[in-house]
Ligand binder design. Structure first.
Ligand code: HEM
Length: 466
């Protein structure tokens, strides 16, 4: 039975609730986010209410409602459902991303403090990004005008930087390529709302391949092995220097807090890997796609880099002086959002949003991407225009209406790496190379939207500018 004053949405059938309708709409509109947006329009509501199997699912639209979820404590938790268990290698609410309450607060704080302690977010991180840039430029050079899938190369680079601070060393190249490839397929089994496996966990026994269950099992097994091997190497002191795993193992040895266990360490490392693996490289994928298709934007960026930076390697501090380039990156965040729907959150107490009552325990998702195309907030939202982020005096103008890293207590703790990485890689590659369409095929701009939004796989040619 529908709870009283529950938000409007599609009909609930026995057992499956609205699952079938959502799946059908997702197929029709190409993504779960678009399907939810369409349903919110059909039911003329900014708060969409559904039941997927036994789980109540509420999707909120509009900046006011989204901010409410970001800011109110009742929305801080993550659900503990089949999706969350599989995502956390079978454990209940462990790590950071899926942890709740005191464990979440403590481990989020510990991670932020200790990653910083080992150099994350500081000059050392910038040096690591610049080193990755050099080796990426080498790889582009070796390919010598041949088509390159830049998104895949960048995915490896960002993990290399992150892993330096987490585990003190790189993951072997072939292994990393293979892992990232598996992670790219993860959307087959999961979606932001959980996906078929979450709504009907029993289907893993009947259609293990089709439901994506076999893939997730394989992926979990392989990533577990990589992380366990790194932890074992640290226990034998075979890794040089300071890193996050050493800091965490010291905390386990100090034995002051029972939540510091090896399983918890494993899931925190997994959280970093998952959160870092596709996000930044997808943004850069969209950014390069845009300059590939718009040579005049590319010229403007070349000009700015040549006059302001010249030949020295770019650093994060350059972002305020490279006004057009930074405005372009902001516009990419707006026009090609990688996180279209944020969450999932699990409601801790009965609450009301926009006049509707949401019962405790409901799963809540926030639609971010439609805020970026709201004509009440942006002039000509359908037009890609970096200049909207430049003020009358020619200075960079930040917008409070962009939420690429979320907001509030669950805001992304990886934003400093992501921002520096995106800026330094983008500027560093265009400083040396001009990007062309390869084999005369112009890649599509229509994104593939799963858990994250990504550009359709494409290759481009890179020719040396000077
Ligand atoms: C462009 C790159 C990135 C984007 C767009 C991004 C976006 C986000 C967003 C929107 C959230 C909040 C989800 C919510 O409100 O429920 C989040 C959380 C998170 N991100 Fe990122 N992220 C990026 C890169 C990274 C990196 C490189 C790391 C690795 C350190 C990272 C680690 C995390 C973690 C651990 C959380 C969970 C925080 C929590 O639940 O307390 N992210 N990210």
């Amino acid at each position: 039975i529908k709870p009283r004053k529950y938000p409007p949405g599609p009909v609930w059938f026995p057992f499956i609730g609205s699952s079938g309708i959502l799946q059908k709409m997702t197929k029709k509109y190409g993504s779960e986010w678009r399907a939810c947006l369409e349903l919110s329009r059909q039911y003329s509501t900014n708060v969409l209410g559904m039941r997927l199997s036994t789980e109540l699912l509420v999707v909120v639209f509009g900046e006011k409602n989204v901010r409410q979820v970001f800011n109110e404590k009742e929305f801080d938790d993550r659900p503990d459902n089949f999706f969350a268990r599989l995502r956390c290698l079978g454990y209940k609410n462990k790590g950071i991303t899926f942890a709740n309450g005191e464990v979440w607060k403590e481990h989020r704080q510990f991670a932020v403090k200790n990653l910083k302690y080992v150099g994350y977010g500081k000059t050392l991180m910038e040096k690591e990004i610049q080193n990755e840039l050099s080796s990426l430029l080498e790889q582009i050079k070796e390919n010598n005008d041949k088509p390159i899938n830049i998104v895949n190369l960048l995915g490896e680079s960002v993990i290399n930087v992150l892993w330096k601070f987490v585990a003190g060393e790189r993951i072997k190249e072939e292994k990393l390529k293979h892992l990232l490839d598996l992670f790219r397929q993860r959307g087959k089994a999961f979606s932001v709302a959980g996906g078929m496996l979450n709504q009907m966990p029993w289907c893993r026994f009947i259609i293990p391949e089709l439901s994506g269950y076999s893939l997730i099992k394989k992926l979990n097994g392989e990533i577990s092995k990589v992380i366990e091997e790194a932890i074992e190497k640290h226990k034998k002191k075979e890794v040089e220097g300071h890193d996050f795993i050493y800091k965490f193992l010291n905390e386990i040895d100090a034995n002051k807090n029972a939540t510091f266990t090896e399983e918890q360490l494993k899931i925190v490392c997994l959280d970093f890997f998952i959160a870092g693996s596709q996000t930044s490289s997808n943004y850069l994928g969209f950014a390069f796609l845009k300059v590939l298709k718009s040579q005049d934007i590319q010229e403007k960026i070349f000009n700015e880099i040549d006059t302001i930076i010249g030949d020295r390697p770019p650093c994060w501090n350059d972002n305020e002086r490279l006004v057009y380039t930074s405005a372009f990156i902001q516009e990419v965040h707006r026009y090609y959002p990688v996180v279209c729907m944020a969450g999932p959150r699990s409601l801790q107490a009965d609450t009301s949003i926009d006049g509707y009552r949401i019962p405790k325990g409901a799963t809540v998702l926030m639609s971010l991407a439609d805020i970026y195309f709201d004509p009440e907030i942006w002039d000509d939202p359908q037009v890609f225009r970096p200049e909207r982020f430049i003020d009358e005096s020619g200075m960079l103008k930040n917008s409070e209406h962009l939420y690429p890293f979320g907001s509030g207590r669950r805001r992304c703790p990886g934003d400093s790496l992501a921002k520096s990485f995106i800026f330094i890689m983008f500027v560093g590659i265009l400083q040396k190379y001009r990007i062309h369409v390869s084999n005369g095929t112009v890649p599509s701009e229509i994104p593939v939207i799963g858990i994250l939004s990504s550009p359709r796989p494409y290759t481009a040619e890179f020719t040396l500018r000077k």
